[in-house]
Design a protein around this ligand. Structure first.
Ligand code: BTN
Length: 263
């Protein structure tokens, strides 16, 4: 191995008594940790299990985009969760806040969130979050939460993301201890996820970090592109978009393209 492997035992120790990380499955290489976690969930895996890989050969992001996961440089993991269906919308906020909190604690830098769940540093994406679910008529069977965090990667090596992505290394100029970063994220995630499970709302904390608010944005939603000024979010985290005719529409989820940063 040309890189220092993650120390899963240390991570497990930091998570003693937590739901998240009750079990951690470590892989050198997988297609996608989302698929590994989904298989486990289908087999009845209890919530909290984390599947982590040093390398993904078919890592994926939202809208089925590829997610760059070179060996031993970043963090790429998925977590099996079984929240109530109504709690699902807060799971992405828990994940985003966990990553942002860990990044701030470890680097001293102030991350921002691009609605709904990209964590950004210096205007570039350092982390992405993906939630995939299995639903039946009776409701949610399980959710798989996937987190990718660029730690020691040099994004300029990957032309497809060079202009859009950053990493902790890129922002701080020094390599980070990935085991430590993973601990920080998962301990925070456990805490925030417990809050969600206990009926708490994370909307105001999450909304206070949204860099999207006040800006004119384009949102890809289903087959449409909606444009307007993002004036706020509602209680469920939907983006409130003021249209040129003065009306406001709530947008459930989509890709926000910042069209202008004026006003
Ligand atoms: C996005 O911003 O589009 C979401 C990116 C999610 C990437 C993570 S890496 C771990 C997990 N496995 C995957 O294949 N994707 C998620």
């Amino acid at each position: 191995m040309a890189f220092e492997e993650l120390d899963v035992q240390l991570v497990q120790r930091a998570l003693a008594g937590c739901t998240i990380g009750r079990r951690i499955l470590y892989h050198g290489q997988v297609g996608s940790t989302m698929d590994e976690a989904r298989l486990l969930a289908e087999g009845g895996e209890p919530e909290g299990t984390v599947v982590i890989a040093e390398e993904q050969t078919a890592g994926r992001g939202r809208f089925n985009r590829a997610w760059v996961s070179p060996p031993g440089e970043n963090l790429a993991f998925s977590v099996v969760l079984r929240p109530a269906q109504a709690q699902l919308r807060y799971v992405n906020m828990a994940a985003t806040l966990a990553v942002a909190g860990a990044v701030e604690a470890l680097t001293g830098l102030q991350p921002a969130i691009k609605w709904p769940n990209d964590v950004r540093l210096g205007g570039k994406k350092v982390s992405g979050i993906l939630i995939e679910t299995s639903m039946v008529e009776a409701g949610l069977r399980y959710a798989v939460l996937g987190i990718g965090l660029n730690v020691n990667m040099d994004p300029s090596r990957f032309p497809e993301i060079a202009d859009l992505a950053t990493s902790l290394l890129r922002e701080t100029g020094r390599k980070a201890d990935r085991t430590r970063v993973l601990q920080e994220v998962l301990v925070r995630l456990d805490d925030l996820y417990q809050a969600v499970r206990n009926g708490g709302s994370l909307v105001s904390r999450w909304a206070s970090m949204l860099e999207t608010l006040g800006k004119v944005v384009q949102v890809r939603w289903r087959d449409q592109v909606l444009e307007g000024r993002a004036t706020g979010v509602d209680d469920e985290g939907n983006l409130l978009l003021r249209q040129p005719d003065g009306s406001t529409i709530p947008v459930v989820a989509g890709e926000v393209t910042l069209q202008s940063s004026r006003g």
